[in-house]
Design a protein around this ligand. Structure first.
Ligand code: THG
Length: 279
């Protein structure tokens, strides 16, 4: 299964057969005070710096999240998208809980974006599927619904299945649905990673769709975050993860290594290129 995303001239294919595509997570105000303060001043230089450093480090797609308390993201998300578009031709993943902000950003983004995110709640499906269809965007479907988040991988799979069915009914192509099995902090719940890994395996096997997740979520509150994230992402890739949302400066090495180990990097070309580019 292939999901194609586009900037203006630049096309990125996410293929369930790999190699892994990296969605850069860093344009996100969570614990980035400088991003909040510069966005509040209406300045986008720091957003552009984060875009550039992530692209250099291996990001294929950029997640754009400008959410912080009190923000008017219906204005700010499209403004950030336009700023990025002015300098970088890379597919964008529009990350907001507000459908109006997503739609406003889609209006100015061009290309083919990824909507982050839809979930199995009726409210979410009703608000976003028609928008995705109208702007020919792909969607990330979070495996949670009106009953919240379940710990049962089979139930997460069923929610993914429901999102897929509803999306196809709304006229969205099957390949434009990417499932998020929900990665959560393992410090708070020792089974968190196992549940996510099993959900990935099931979604890969039963639905055959591309799979994303916020790979850095698992290490919240712990030391050694890079090592933990790398271990988790490698196992997740083995099970069918194809397009993690992560910090490319910290994860690309592990991703290139996993692709090499899984026989997706003939003569280790990409692996070697990555390390040469970092010298
Ligand atoms: N699924 C989907 N989208 C998502 C998430 C997900 N978007 C948001 C989030 N989860 C993924 N993005 C981030 C962004 C930053 C961090 C974690 C996940 C993060 N930031 C550092 C911190 O908090 O310490 C600070 C920045 C840094 O040093 O890198 O960890 O699950 N679909």
């Amino acid at each position: 299964m292939k999901t194609i995303l586009r900037g203006i001239n630049n096309e990125v294919t996410i293929d369930t057969k790999g190699p892994v595509i990296i969605i850069g997570e860093c344009i996100n105000p969570t614990r980035r005070k400088k991003l909040v303060s510069t966005l509040q001043e209406g300045k986008f230089e720091y957003v552009l710096e984060l875009a550039e450093s992530q692209i250099k480090a291996g990001a294929d797609v950029l997640d754009v999240n400008v959410g912080f308390p009190g923000v008017n993201d219906v204005k700010l998300l499209p403004a950030a998208v336009l700023a990025i578009r002015g300098s970088f031709d890379i597919p964008l993943c529009l990350d907001s809980p507000n459908p109006k902000a997503i739609e406003a950003a889609l209006k100015v983004a061009g290309g083919k974006c990824l909507i982050n995110s839809v979930n199995g709640e009726e409210k979410s499906l009703n608000a976003l599927l028609s928008i995705a269809k109208e702007y020919e965007a792909a969607i990330i479907g979070l495996t949670m619904d009106d009953d919240g988040i379940t710990h049962d991988p089979e139930k997460r799979l069923a929610i993914g299945e429901k999102i897929l069915e509803r999306a196809v009914k709304a006229g969205i192509k099957e390949e434009d649905v990417i499932i998020d099995p929900l990665a959560m902090a393992v410090s708070a719940d020792s089974e968190a990673c196992i549940v996510t890994l099993e959900t990935i395996r099931l979604v890969h096997q039963k639905l055959g769709l591309n799979i994303t997740m916020g790979a850095s979520n698992v290490s919240f509150g712990l030391p050694g975050r890079e090592d933990l994230n790398s271990a988790f992402i490698s196992l997740a890739i083995m099970n069918g993860l194809t397009c993690p949302i992560a910090n490319p400066e910290k994860i690309t090495a592990a991703v290139r290594a996993a692709d090499l180990v899984l026989g997706r990097d003939d003569f280790a070309v990409r692996f070697v290129e990555y390390f040469q580019s970092r010298m």
